[in-house]
Design a protein around this ligand. Sequence first.
Ligand SMILES: *[C@@H]1O[C@H](CO)[C@@H](O)[C@H](O)[C@H]1NC(C)=O
Ligand SMILES: *[C@@H]1O[C@H](CO)[C@@H](O)[C@H](O)[C@H]1NC(C)=O
Ligand SMILES: *[C@@H]1O[C@H](CO)[C@@H](O)[C@H](O)[C@H]1NC(C)=O
Ligand SMILES: *[C@@H]1O[C@H](CO)[C@@H](O)[C@H](O)[C@H]1NC(C)=O
Length: 623
Amino acid sequence: MQARTKEIFILTCLNLSLLFSAQKTCPKCGNLEIPYPLSTNPNCGDPNYALFCDTSQNILYFAALNSSSYIVLNIEASMRCFMVRPAPWIPGTCTTQDMPKSEGIWLNQSLPFNITSSNTIFLFNCSPRLLISPLNCSASSLCHKYLSDPAHVDPKEQAQCISGPGPCCTFLAGGLPSAYKIRLHASGCRAFRSVLHIDPEKPPSEWTEGLEIQWAPPPEPICRTQIDCSQPSTCTREPNGRNTRCHCNIGYYWDAFSLTCLRVAHHRHSLNRVLAVLVVLGVLVCFALAVIVILIKSGNSTVFYFCSKNSHKGQHDLLKIGGRSERMFTWKELQKATNAFSKDRLLGSGGFGEVYKGILKDGTAVAVKSAKVGNLKSTQQILNEVGILSLVNHKNLVKLLGCCVEAPQPLMVYEYIPNGTLFEHLHVRGDCKTLSWKTRVKIALQTAEALSYLHCSTQAPIYHRDVKSSNILLDEELNVKVSDFGLSRLVQHGLSHVSTCAQGTVGYLDPEYYRNYQLTDKSDVYSFGVVLLELLTGKKVIDFSRKDDDVSLAEYVKRRARDGELMSTIEETLVVDGKTDLKCVKLFAELALDCLREKKEERRGIREVAEVLHSISMTVEQG
Ligand SMILES: *[C@@H]1O[C@H](CO)[C@@H](O)[C@H](O)[C@H]1NC(C)=O
Ligand SMILES: *[C@@H]1O[C@H](CO)[C@@H](O)[C@H](O)[C@H]1NC(C)=O
Ligand SMILES: *[C@@H]1O[C@H](CO)[C@@H](O)[C@H](O)[C@H]1NC(C)=O
Ligand SMILES: *[C@@H]1O[C@H](CO)[C@@H](O)[C@H](O)[C@H]1NC(C)=O
């Protein structure tokens, strides 16, 4: 009896300690150990890494989109991988069960899983028109070897597959977009199989079937209260998530491999304390300011017009919004600064108007841009838009310093960026070799981050609408400053922009625009895809010296990609330089093509594009 009580007591303690331990590992599912962070119920693992354990049959399932789920065959914790079984055949047909249900396997890209490049994918029952570049549908393709082997395919299904109209195809998964989906479709292929770490020399009966899925290193552990956080960490809500996690204290960083908070080198304790206090103060001040801005905005939206009519009186009216101050410039002041808009101060001219270099009285260099488009909004509306644009604050966006509405056309005053545009660096200076592969990846990433900020982080999404290499300025350290964002907001809505052609630039313009005359977030993604191609090929976006069909760079590269010659379009200096990791170059190229898909629904959002570029850049930095 006594022993019994003791046992229960110990068990209770164990349970409690497990409950409070932040990194709780889930119990086995059948014979399978479930390593952290995989999670089969809300009380263990990490909820982002959910699997489903059918406890009545002891089968573990991995759920993909469109309610398809796949049986997990084994888990390799050290590689952060597990293997699932692809959907079975629909008996007697050359179609797999997930074709009608979910059009193949689609992973939710918000979740930390992807399909690895250890998988060789065989597609069957394909439409003959399906011959995109990475697929090998030739008669010598390995899929024929697989199909002929009775160990893998039942005679009935085999007969169906062989008699079908289309060939079978083979490709290596893991690239974009096959890291997240293997698509089956009535006008594509209707069945797929996967072999892991294929050895083409071995007989097909020795090939291992299964689809390998990898999970990303886990973030900080989930917590309910501070008690759950044993390490030097604090239980706080994640920036834009639902969960609270044990975020490492200042002076520590999260190490996903040891699952602990490690000490940042070269930091002394006392300094950390001071920093912590400063950060807390900073957060409080920001919070207070945010509250004030919200109060002002909700109270009376006209307060938001920072240059009101009255402000014409003063020369240097300052008005503070959210702690920043913008300036109202006078016409006289800007004329003086730009030497009366003299030709030798002209920096460039674009769809929107001309840009002049100006030197203010205090010696600050600025760029003054005129808005030379018909059908502008009223002065008051323009001031309102300028108010919105001046709230934009990101290290890779050119800062708007102020505006002037006294001039015949509104003038916008920006910070001056000294080192020219990406366009000049790639195509004009003739020293394109100075842009190394590493720099190009950095430029791409910073541009994507700036656009992502415009699309996602501001209160009202701002679409750039004219992304191109001549709008990407570079500073002395070749850091990106994207300019000209949001200027299209100054133009009246309606059809005016069609006639004035103020929006978009030929060669960069989303093909969907010709269909519905609307530019969306995905139009920026398309234009950005063209910029990626410029970085990759060093070629001009429109070049009439190329063959007729190849005048447009996007068409030129897409055609080469369809012919399986994507890598031949890449600028020679990038390929010749032995240090360049061609795998990354290829990922980059595939990402560009992904941005350039005809249908906007098929393009990724800019945020995902930025994420992919981030991982490419990490690899390039290490390499
Ligand atoms: C599967 O899910 C994706 C993403 O949610 C969606 O685009 C696609 O149309 C779905 N397919 C089917 C057959 O429901
Ligand atoms: C993808 O995962 C996110 C995060 O868990 C979730 O909010 C979202 O609904 C999922 N998307 C789909 C289509 O299931
Ligand atoms: C297709 O795969 C086979 C077998 O691996 C290979 O011999 C052939 O060269 C490949 N064809 C193409 C076009 O890649
Ligand atoms: C797949 O995920 C792993 C780990 O999260 C990552 O290292 C790898 O780059 C990803 N691959 C792709 C193609 O996204």
